[in-house]
Design a protein around this ligand. Structure first.
Ligand code: TYD
Length: 144
């Protein structure tokens, strides 16, 4: 499953991972290009997020990612420049796929939450759009 065209809010979706249940505890796993529709070039995680803090607040030109609530819970608000969708993540056996060209905000982190991100690109600041006004202009210009 490879997705290289990406932009719309409709492409944002919850992806369920395999879950191996066991009396010793559960186990989930994620394989690139199978459970995640891209090659994983980078992994990062948010932790020790203070109550009331908001993360994200940007869009990406090219980068796709999958966000998982490894522990605790938080909301992800996605915005394609016209419409918004809100997702509540609170279990480690599913994740939210976010294609490129989508503005995202992560908020309402519970205490001790950990947000894991699997990412399609190495870190590159030039891939970020950090001003909402710039994002709106790019949406209105069809990302040209
Ligand atoms: P940023 O992506 O703005 O965080 P978030 O969207 O989760 O709120 O990144 C915050 C800072 O960390 C910024 O200075 C860039 C740096 N950073 C890296 O150096 N490497 C990375 O992989 C990431 C995600 C961020």
């Amino acid at each position: 499953m490879i997705v290289d065209k990406c932009n719309v809010l409709e492409d944002c979706r919850i992806i369920n991972f395999p879950k191996v249940t066991d009396f010793r505890g559960n186990l989930s796993f994620i394989e690139e290009n199978k459970h995640v529709p891209f090659e994983i070039k980078r992994v990062y995680y948010l932790y020790d997020v203070p109550s009331g803090a908001t993360r994200g607040g940007h869009a990406h030109k090219k980068l796709q990612q999958l966000v998982i609530a490894l522990s605790g819970s938080f909301d992800v608000i996605l915005d394609d420049g016209y419409n918004k969708r809100k997702f509540f993540l609170n279990r480690p056996h599913y994740g939210l796929y976010i294609p490129c060209k989508v503005w995202r905000e992560l908020e309402n982190f519970s205490s001790n939450s950990v947000a894991l991100a699997l990412v399609s690109e190495f870190y590159e600041e030039s891939d970020y759009i950090r001003e909402y006004g710039d994002f709106k202009k790019m949406v209105e210009n069809g990302w040209r």
